[in-house]
Design a protein around this ligand. Structure first.
Ligand code: FES
Length: 164
């Protein structure tokens, strides 16, 4: 029987890691990494993936200098608000043909897409638009009004204005 002696090792050298210990440490490291990434993913969940759309009901402050019968289009909105002798009303600026946004002009509205024209009350004066522009609900008084783009009213419906 022969005995082989291992070479003497310095006490400063790290001990070699056994194969079984190495696999165990690798599995532990992988499990820890998976848990960390799962936690990071879960922390991201509460954030909304889609931004809420702006409210379709909003306040509009009519300028004091707005002449009667002239359109005021609130920035970023799809209505034209008018003040005349009978009150305040809002007309949608979404074309009834294919949905382009009409431009206000001295005679009413012009659609830049296919040339439809509308009077200031929203009625069609030139096709191809099949229907008049919708009138939107307006409420309030005192120069500040609430326009609800989600609610149509009958053409001619006005809220009493503070001046005309
Ligand atoms: S979308 Fe306005 S005329 Fe076609």
């Amino acid at each position: 029987m022969t005995t082989t002696s291992l070479p003497a090792r310095s006490r400063l050298e790290p001990e070699p890691v056994a194969r079984r210990d190495f696999l165990g440490l690798s599995a532990l490291w992988a499990a820890g990494s998976a848990l960390a990434f799962a936690t990071l993913g879960a922390l991201r969940l509460p954030k909304a993936a889609v931004l809420p759309s702006p409210s379709r009901k909003y306040k509009v402050a009519l300028p004091d200098t707005l002449p009667p019968g002239e359109a005021f289009v609130p920035p970023g909105r799809n209505v034209a608000v008018f003040r005349d002798a009978e009150g305040v009303f809002a007309v949608s600026t979404v074309c009834t043909h294919l949905g382009c946004i009409v431009k206000t002009g001295p005679e009413g509205f012009d659609c830049p897409c296919h040339g439809s024209r509308f009077a200031k009350d929203g009625s069609v004066t030139k096709g191809p638009a099949p229907r008049a522009l919708a009138w939107r609900k307006v409420s309030g008084s005192g120069g500040t009004y609430v326009v609800d783009e989600g609610e149509d009213v009958a053409p001619g419906t006005r809220v009493k204005g503070d001046k005309a």
